[in-house]
Design a protein around this ligand. Structure first.
Ligand code: GLN
Length: 398
C-alpha cells in the first residue's frame, strides 16, 4: 500500500466483502430485538410463543440421552431422510429417493442459500415474486444471481402473466417462490403453476419453492407442490423445514428435495458450509414427519382461530387487512394512519404503543413499494393477542 494514498489503496482493495456491504441486517430479526428492548408485544418475527409438541421434544431429549450426539451423515440421518420422503409421497404424491434426492440442512434458510450456491453462475438471473421473504435478496447477492422481480398485487396478490413472461429470458436460471406465501398469505393455484411450468420449460429454468407453511391453510385453500405438476418433478427444488409445522424454529432443521444431479451439488455446498444439522434433532424430526393426518388437521384449525383473532384486533385498531389464505402473517395497509412511511410507523408502534410488526418495505426491493404496508404474525398464544389488543386500542384512541 502506498502510504501517501491510503484512500485510493482502500478503494482498490476494500477491507470488507463488497457482497456483504450490499445488504443490511435482517429487518425482521431487528424488530424482535427492538421488541425485547422496548418490552413490546412481538408480532414481528414469525416464531410461535407456545410450546412445541411434547412427544417431539421428548424424542429429542431421548436422542441426546441415547448419545446421538456426534455428526449425522452430512446430508442427513438416513432415518430422517426416509421419513421426509415418506411424508412428501403421502402429502403430495411425489416419490423421491432419500439416498439421492434429499439434503438435510440447518433450516430452510441454509437449504435456500446452499441451493442457490449450487446452481448459480455469474450472470445468471433469478425471477422472484415480490413482495418476497427478505432472505431471498441477500441470498441472490451471496450466490451472485441478479434478481428479476415480478409483482404480486393486492388484494388477491395475483401476478400479471405477461409481466411474468417478460421476466424470463435466456439468462434465467431459476424462479423462486414461496407458497403458502410469506408475507402475503397467498396460496399459489394450479393454473398459476402451469404458467410457471411452461416458462420453466421454455427457458430451461429451475423452480425453487419454499413450502415451509404447507400446513397453514384457511378457507378451503389447498397446498400444491410445484414438483407435483407435470414436467416439474426434476426441475423443482422443494425446500421445507421442521420449524413452522412442529413449532421448533430454533432447532434449525430443514431440507431440500431435488433431482440427483442437483442434490449432489447442493450436498457439496451444504457440507462445506455447515457439515450438518443437529443429529439428535434429526432423530426427533424422523418421528415428527410420521405424525398422523390428525396432527396437521388440528394445526390448521388452531391457526385459523389465531388468524381470525388477529384479523379482528387489527381491523378494530384501524388497519386494512389482506385476509391470508395460508401461512401465518397478515399484510396490512396503513395509509389510514397518516404516517410518512412504514418504518416510521413501525418504530412508533414499538416505542409508543408497545407492539412490534415488520415494515412492508423489507419485502420489496424498492422501499417505496412497501411504504403503506406492515406485516403482523399470528403464531402467538391468546395472552399475547390479549396484550396486543389492549395496546393497539390506544392507537385507535389517538
Ligand atoms: N420466517 C420468519 C419471518 O418471516 C422468520 C424467519 C427468520 O427470522 N429466520 O418472520
Amino acid at each position: 500500500m502506498n502510504p501517501a494514498q491510503p484512500e485510493r489503496a482502500a478503494a482498490a482493495n476494500p477491507r470488507l466483502s463488497s457482497k456483504a456491504e450490499r445488504f443490511t441486517e435482517s429487518v425482521i430479526r431487528e424488530m424482535t430485538r427492538l421488541a425485547l428492548q422496548y418490552g413490546a408485544v412481538n408480532l414481528s418475527q414469525g416464531f410461535p410463543d407456545f410450546p412445541a409438541p411434547a412427544e417431539i421434544k421428548r424424542a429429542a431429549q431421548d436422542a441426546i440421552s441415547a448419545d446421538i450426539n456426534q455428526y449425522a451423515i452430512t446430508w442427513g440421518a438416513k432415518k430422517f431422510r426416509d421419513a421426509i420422503a415418506g411424508n412428501f409421497e403421502r402429502t403430495q404424491g411425489v416419490a423421491v429417493d432419500p439416498e439421492r434426492e434429499i439434503t438435510v440442512c440447518c433450516g430452510s434458510t441454509e437449504a435456500m442459500i446452499s441451493t442457490m450456491m449450487a446452481i448459480i453462475n455469474p450472470g445468471d438471473e433469478v425471477v422472484v415474486f415480490e413482495p418476497f421473504y427478505e432472505n431471498y435478496g441477500p441470498d441472490a447477492i451471496l450466490s451472485g444471481a441478479t434478481p428479476r422481480f415480478v409483482k404480486l398485487r393486492p388484494p388477491d396478490w395475483t401476478f400479471d402473466p405477461d409481466e411474468l413472461a417478460a421476466a424470463f429470458g435466456p439468462k434465467t436460471k431459476a424462479i423462486i417462490l414461496n407458497t403458502p406465501n410469506n408475507p402475503t398469505g397467498k396460496v399459489f393455484e394450479r393454473a398459476e403453476f402451469e404458467r410457471i411450468r411452461d416458462l420453466c420449460l421454455k427457458w430451461n429454468a429451475f423452480a425453487i419453492t419454499d413450502e415451509i407453511y404447507e400446513h397453514m391453510l384457511y378457507d378451503g385453500a389447498k397446498h400444491i407442490s410445484l414438483a407435483a405438476i407435470d414436467g416439474m418433478r426434476d426441475r423443482t427444488i422443494t425446500i421445507n423445514a421442521l420449524s413452522k409445522t412442529y413449532s421448533v424454529t430454533g432447532w434449525r432443521v430443514g431440507w431440500a428435495i431435488a433431482a440427483p444431479e442437483v442434490t449432489a451439488a447442493i450436498r457439496k455446498v451444504h457440507d462445506f458450509l455447515t457439515v450438518g444439522a443437529a443429529a439428535p434433532l434429526q432423530e426427533a424430526g424422523a418421528l415428527a414427519m410420521q405424525s398422523p393426518a390428525s396432527y396437521y388437521e388440528s394445526l390448521a384449525r388452531e391457526y385459523l382461530v389465531r388468524r381470525d383473532r388477529l384479523l379482528g384486533i387489527l381491523t378494530d385498531a384501524g388497519f386494512r387487512c389482506f385476509k391470508p389464505r395460508g401461512a401465518y402473517y397478515i399484510m396490512t395497509d396503513i395509509s389510514a394512519f397518516g404516517f410518512s412511511d412504514d418504518v416510521t410507523f413501525a418504530k412508533y408502534l414499538v416505542t409508543d404503543i408497545g407492539v412490534a410488526a415488520v415494515p412492508g418495505s423489507s419485502f420489496y426491493h424498492d422501499p417505496a413499494d412497501g411504504r403503506n404496508h406492515l406485516r403482523f404474525t399470528f403464531c402467538k398464544k391468546e395472552s399475547t393477542f390479549q396484550a396486543a389488543a389492549e395496546r393497539l386500542a390506544k392507537l385507535r384512541a389517538k
